[in-house]
Structure formats: structure tokens, C-alpha cells
Design a protein. Structure first.
Length: 309
């Protein structure tokens, strides 16, 4: 007889927190530069980055007792209205701005007052048998209610990133459906279940993600334009007047080519991106030239002797 895997209800720690920006019309995760990650799913983890607490409340509401004939005759079940108090040791600033809905205003950033983004989230924790449990919300909004500052002494006074997530029913009406046909606001997954599949879980919570590859899109399956910003500089990091910055535009999978023009008095050295390749995500390339030494006999052109990268 095969061994029975014992799954425990109690959990310890936070293993990972996954987040994604959701298209409000389709319920699909946004992939690429307008989303949180090229795959659409951001695991908020890394060097000095990660979740510290995720306190979930109001997963269930206490029923209201209804009386008749001097006794309790009915319980009216309340509607689940989960809220998560999140604390992060730190998180990427770009992710922070996107989940809260900040937008550029002049040289700073302001809250987009009428366009709060929809966010999906999964919290992964472990049980005491070595299995993983996942609490998933396919839709909700994130706010940053407080920001604390304190003076440093002989030790730094760190201010963690504190966010509050309010869950909303999934946008996709086929998601999180119970046996009675009613959509639920959250879903639990356990990797000890025989039918558990990590990718299928991600596909249900973050619909249309690109964990297994995909094209950057806005959640409407409309390919997003991709830009490579090319900056020309000398070996001292100074811009070259005769080589203004350029932008290369295309869609995922299109070919691109970074030009290395002939510049009087300079010789091409290197580029931070391959000179030829395919568009994958918006990024920047720095192309470096060396100043020619006086009377060194060079023409200042890229005649093939320069090292191509």
C-alpha cells in the first residue's frame, strides 16, 4: 500500500509572495513593461527583498443569528471580505509604484486617483511536514496607509514597506467557482494534493501568464510595443555630440540592429547589448567609443578593427 501523505493545516513562515497586475476588462495578467514582470508574475524576493508578514483577516464572516418562536431558526452567512496586512523587508521601487498606481507628474510621482490597478496575489507558506500551502486572490487593490520615519542612532532605524490588500471577486467569471456555481473571492492550494500542479495554479490565478514563454501584452492579447533606447558615450562616460541618442521600436520577436556609425575622432569599442538580436523587453543599450589619440594614424571610423560585442 502506498504511503499516505499527511498534510497539516498549520503553517510556518512566508516562503514567497507572488503578485501580478491584472487587466480590468479581461482578468488576464499584464505581461511585459506595463506589468510587474516580463512573465506577468512578480515573485517579491531577492537580495534584501522579501515578505515579512502577511496577516489575512475576514476570510469568513460570522453568521448573523435570526430568531423566531423564542429560538434561533436561521443563520445568515455573511460575505467573505478578506484583507491582507503586508509587510516587506523591502521591494523594488518599480513594483511598489505599479501595485499602488503611481504615475509620473513632472519630475515626481503622484497617485492615480481614479485608476487604482487591479492586483492578484499568492502567499506561499510551509507546513510542518515539508509541504507548501498557497492562499490565492485573483483580484484586489493595494494601498499604502502609513509611512513611518525615525532618526538613526548608532543603529539604522529601518522603515519596512507596509501595504494593505483588499480582495475583490475575480474578474474572470469562470475563476474560483464552487460546487454550487457561486464564485468565491479566494482559493487555497496544497502541493500535497495528488492533482496539484504549480503551473495550473498560476494559470488560474494569473490568467495568460508567460512563465512558459509568451509575448508582452496588455492583458487584451494586444502585443505591446518594445523600445530599446540607445545611448552613445566615450570611455569617460561623456555623451558624444555627433551621436545623439536613438530609439529602436518593435514587437516581441522582431529583429533589431544597433548601429555603430562612423564618428570623426572616435573608434567603436563595445555595446552593452548585442548589436543584433530580437526584441524581448524594453531596455537600454550603452554604446561606447574611444577617443582617437592625436596623430595615431586612425581614421576615427569603424573599419572592422574595432571589437564588436
Amino acid at each position: 500500500m502506498p504511503a499516505v501523505r499527511t498534510t497539516l493545516a498549520a503553517v510556518h513562515g512566508i516562503e514567497h509572495i507572488y503578485m501580478g497586475k491584472i487587466n480590468k476588462n479581461t482578468g488576464k495578467v499584464i505581461i511585459g513593461p506595463d506589468g510587474l514582470d516580463p512573465t506577468g508574475i512578480k515573485m517579491v524576493s531577492g537580495d534584501m527583498i522579501g515578505g515579512k508578514t502577511a496577516n489575512i483577516t475576514a476570510l469568513e464572516e460570522k453568521a448573523t443569528k435570526e430568531y423566531a418562536d423564542n429560538g434561533i431558526k436561521r443563520l445568515s452567512q455573511g460575505v467573505s471580505a478578506p484583507e491582507i496586512a503586508l509587510t516587506f523587508l523591502d521591494m523594488p521601487l518599480d513594483t511598489y509604484r505599479k501595485v499602488l498606481g503611481y504615475e509620473k507628474s513632472g519630475t515626481g510621482w503622484v497617485m492615480a486617483s481614479d485608476n487604482k490597478p487591479s492586483i492578484g496575489i499568492i502567499i506561499q507558506a510551509g507546513d510542518h511536514k515539508g509541504h507548501h500551502q498557497y492562499t490565492a486572490f485573483a483580484n484586489g487593490q493595494v494601498i499604502s496607509p502609513t509611512e513611518n520615519h525615525g532618526t538613526d542612532t548608532n543603529n539604522k532605524t529601518n522603515a519596512d514597506v507596509t501595504l494593505t490588500f483588499d480582495a475583490i471577486n475575480p474578474i474572470d467569471t469562470n475563476s474560483f467557482i464552487g460546487s454550487n456555481g457561486v464564485q468565491q473571492i479566494f482559493k487555497k492550494f496544497y502541493d500535497a494534493d495528488d492533482d496539484f500542479n504549480f503551473q495550473k495554479m498560476m494559470d488560474e490565478v494569473f490568467i495568460g501568464n508567460a512563465l512558459n514563454g509568451g509575448t508582452p501584452n496588455d492583458g487584451n492579447n494586444t502585443p505591446l510595443p518594445i523600445t530599446i533606447s540607445v545611448h552613445y558615450q566615450d570611455t569617460d562616460g561623456q555623451s558624444i555630440a555627433d551621436a545623439p541618442d536613438v530609439q529602436l521600436n518593435g514587437e516581441a520577436g522582431d529583429d533589431y540592429e544597433i548601429k555603430t556609425p562612423e564618428i570623426n575622432g572616435y573608434t567603436y569599442v563595445k555595446s552593452t547589448l548585442p548589436l543584433k538580436g530580437k526584441f524581448t523587453t524594453s531596455q537600454s543599450a550603452v554604446v561606447t567609443y574611444a577617443k582617437n589619440k592625436p596623430n595615431d594614424g586612425t581614421s576615427g571610423t569603424n573599419d572592422g578593427s574595432a571589437r564588436q560585442q
